[in-house]
Each structure stands twice: as C-alpha cells, then as structure tokens.
Design a protein around this ligand. Structure first.
Ligand SMILES: Cc1cc2nc3c(=O)[nH]c(=O)nc-3n(C[C@H](O)[C@H](O)[C@H](O)COP(=O)(O)O)c2cc1C
Length: 452
C-alpha cells in the first residue's frame, strides 16, 4: 500500500519529536510504504521535515495554503487558519495529494501529522496514450488484405492476449479453432453468402442498393480464419458468478475476442468479425461437438491500411452514437442534458438527412410488419416475441414515452433512416406521447416526418 503523510509543524520542531509523532500515526495506518510527505508552502525547508522525507525515502512536497484550504478536512482549526491561512494543514495535505484519509490529525507539542492511502498508480502518460490509441484505431477490416502469411509465433501472441481475458469464475469458456484450409473456408463462405442474400432480401429497396456496395466478410481473402467458441458448461456446477446469469459465459468469450482484436491491431493484423451465419450451420461445417457453441468467426490477415473510421460510417450506412446519449446518472433517462430539450434545440438547426423511409406503427403488433419499411413499437407491459421489427418500449410514464420516442428516432437516424412516417395505432396517452417524441427526435436529426 502506498501512503502519504501530511505534516503541519512550527519552525525548529525537533526531528525526534516529529519522528515519534509520524511513527505513531504510521503504526495506526498499518503496513505500507510512504511515497509522499506533504506540508504547507514555506515549511518544506524545516530540517526535521527534510530529514523525515529522506529517512522515509519519500518525496517532499509543499502546497500553498489556498489549495489546502479547499479540502474538506474533518478537523479544521481557526487557530491554524489564523497562523497559516488554511484551517487544516496535515489532513488537508493528505486530501490534496489525492489520498483517502486513514489516520486523522494527531498532534505533538509543535507538530501535527495525518496519514492517507494513495490509489495504486496508473500508467505513465505515454503508455496510457498507447492504450487509448489501440482502442481508437482498432478496426473491423473486410477489404485490403494482403497475401502475406502470418507467423505462428505472432498468432500465438495474439491468442495469448485473447486467453488473458477476464471470464466468469475464471471459467475461460473459450477455445480457438484456427482454420487455414481453403475447402473449409469455402464452405463457411457459402453459408455467409446465403445469409447475405437473405438479409438483402429483407431490406427495403433503397437500403438494399446501399447494402449491395458493402463487403461483409473476408473469409477467402485472409490466410487465417478463427472460430472462437464457448463451452457454456465449462468448469461444472459451481462456477463462481455464473449461476444467476448464464449469459456471463458468452460475455467472457466475447471479451476474449476484443482482447484478440486489440492485440492484432497492435501487431498490424486486420481482423473482421463475420456474423452472417446461423451458428449451428457453422458448427456443422466445422464439425464441432454439440456442446460447443460458436461465438465469433474472425478473418485475420495483414492489410494495406487501417481506416480512420468504421467502414459503415465511411460508406454512410450508419453513424456513431454520441457518448452523452449513453450515460445516465443515478436513474435511467437522467442524462447530462435532457434528451427532449437537447432534441428540441438540435431541431432548430438540423441539417436535412437523406435515407430510407420507415413507417413507425406505435402501439401496433407483429401483424403490422408485412411491409419491409414497417417498424412496430409495442408499449405493452408484456415482452413480445423477439423480432427486430418490434421495438418493445413499455414506457412507465408519458414523460418516459416522449423520451423513448426521441431516442427511437435518433437511433433510427444513426442507422441511415431519412424519413419517418408515424402511425399511431393505439389511442393511449403513452402512445401519443411516444409519437410526439418520435416527431421531436426526427426534427432533431433532420428527418422528414409525417403522421399517417
Ligand atoms: C458481434 C459483432 C458482429 C459483427 N459482424 C459483422 C459482419 O458480419 N460483417 C461485417 O462486415 N462486420 C461485422 N462486424 C463489424 C461491425 O460492423 C463494426 O465493428 C462496426 O461497424 C464498427 O466498426 P469498427 O469495428 O471498425 O470500429 C461485427 C462486429 C461485432 C462486434
């Protein structure tokens, strides 16, 4: 544990007195290394303090009274304030160093001492920068693969990164099936092509033509394909943390893929995740045992470049969601700025958007989905059968219904929608509120919108 000692002292305090005081405070704090001794400006030259820092092998730091005075020290003193300009020195010095106060101020005849626990240090700025850089520059790559083999040692290093991932109960439910064989890859490719065609057929015309220009896999263009699997039962009955939420097994395997993705990026290897599959069909082609499930199918190889932005953004298929939309404080829907106010403001100078038309049927049900451009919003309390054509939004209040409406419109805009036709199929207050929210959200994103 790293400790900080805060000291207030009069001029010419003896070393013996100071050391005894600090030793008793450190005894109470428990085991740890003193990294830092902090005092108020102008006291750092006191010989006893300098010797203390030397003997403890700690850095000596002095902070101005104004900075100390800002700290919420538990034992302030008006006498100290009159003398030094801050109501607390020792405790405030600990707090100002960014530590948690663990031993409150204790005093001797002419000194005070307090002790704090410092947080374990993060990385140096340059190292931190690299971590954030690899996160930002990781890309899903489907084009531009080079016909250059991947060294086995390098692949192992990348798999090591995957294998270091956190997992529920340390169950490490993943396995990595490395596939180089062309015949196998061709079979997998055929499956992806069939799913691609099925998805294309489900799209409205304008969206389909955009999709036709997108590449969604690189199964035959990469030297290595990797099937990342999950064994949901691995470790038996008492895997810690899994019993209440079995999904954690699949989360663990997905996190392993992210580790792999980041390590691959750092090594200059492109990775593309293909999910245009019925997982059981891939399992069949790969002859997986029945208890092993496919989590991700990855295409890996050297590439001519890593694009600065996701391919779906560059092609105009989808946009990134602002972080502020995703952060709620203390309760759902409480964002830094109200989603409705934010949308009303954005609506005043929204740039008109182009894109597919969606007919949102508020209060409808799955029977309304016959047209490819229909999207149903189901407000009932009971969860409908899973269908991506039905958005389940059981709003608890009319205000929440408005917010849900704004959110739906904004998220549709991110997925390339340019026009909304809002149809209210239920006369409840919640349905009308949600429809109002849809119109506000549509205006905010520059969508053309009308009511059917
Ligand atoms: C679980 C998952 C499945 C994905 N499936 C596919 C896919 O089948 N085809 C594809 O082209 N991209 C696929 N992607 C890549 C996403 O489109 C991509 O991550 C997203 O557009 C953001 O781009 P970026 O990864 O370059 O930041 C998948 C990504 C994830 C996480």
């Amino acid at each position: 544990m790293n400790l900080v000692v805060g000291i207030g002292l009069r001029a010419n305090t003896s070393y013996r007195e100071l050391r005894d005081l600090v030793d008793s405070a450190l005894l109470e704090a428990g085991a740890g290394n003193v990294q830092l001794v902090v005092t108020v400006t102008n006291r750092e030259a006191e010989p006893a303090l300098q010797r203390l820092a030397d003997d403890l092998n700690a850095e000596l730091r002095a902070l101005p009274p104004s900075e100390l005075a800002e700290q919420a020290a538990p034992n302030p003193s008006s006498q100290v304030e009159d003398l030094t300009g801050t109501p607390s020195v020792a405790e405030a010095a600990v707090l100002a160093a960014g530590a948690e106060l663990v031993v409150q101020k204790r005093r001797s005849a002419s000194a005070t001492a307090a002790v704090g626990r410092l947080p374990a240090p993060g990385y140096e700025p340059a190292d931190r920068e690299v971590v954030h850089r690899v996160i930002a520059e990781r890309r899903d790559v489907r084009r531009g693969f080079l016909d250059v083999p991947i060294d086995d040692m390098l692949l192992t290093r990348v798999l090591e990164a995957a294998h270091r991932a956190p997992s529920v109960g340390l169950s490490q439910p993943w396995d990595f099936l490395v596939i180089r064989d062309l015949a196998t890859r061709r079979k997998v490719h055929d499956l992806a092509t069939a799913q691609r065609d099925a998805f294309a057929a489900s799209l409205p015309d304008d969206r389909r033509s955009k999709f036709d220009g997108l590449k969604i896999e690189a199964i035959l263009d990469t030297p290595v394909n990797l099937a990342v699997t999950c064994d949901p039962g691995r470790g038996g009955r008492h895997v810690l943390g899994r019993h209440a939420d079995p999904r954690t097994t699949w989360f663990s395997a997905a996190i392993a893929i992210q580790n792999l993705w980041l390590a691959a990026r750092a090594e200059g290897l492109g990775v593309g995740w293909v999910s245009f599959f019925e997982p059981a069909e891939v399992a069949d082609v790969l002859d997986l045992p029945a208890h092993i499930e496919l989590v991700g199918y990855l295409c890996i190889g050297y590439v001519d470049e890593f694009a600065a932005a996701p391919e779906l953004v560059r092609s105009g298929w989808a946009k990134r969601r602002p972080l502020a939309w995703a952060i709620h404080h203390e309760e759902w829907g409480r964002r830094d700025a109200s989603i409705v106010d934010d949308a009303l403001q954005a609506g005043q100078n929204a740039v008109p958007a182009a894109g597919q038309q969606v007919r949102v049927i508020v209060g409808g049900d799955a029977n309304d989905l016959k047209q490819a451009n229909a999207l149903v919003v189901d407000l009932r309390d009971d969860r409908p059968r899973a269908d991506f054509g039905v958005l389940w939004r059981p709003a608890r209040t009319p205000v929440e219904a408005v917010e849900f409406g704004v959110e739906i419109a904004r998220d549709l805009a991110l997925q390339g929608v340019g026009q909304l036709v809002v149809q209210v199929a239920d006369s409840s207050e919640h349905a009308e509120s949600l429809a109002r929210g849809l119109n506000v959200g549509a205006s905010a994103c520059g969508l053309t919108h009308s009511t059917a």
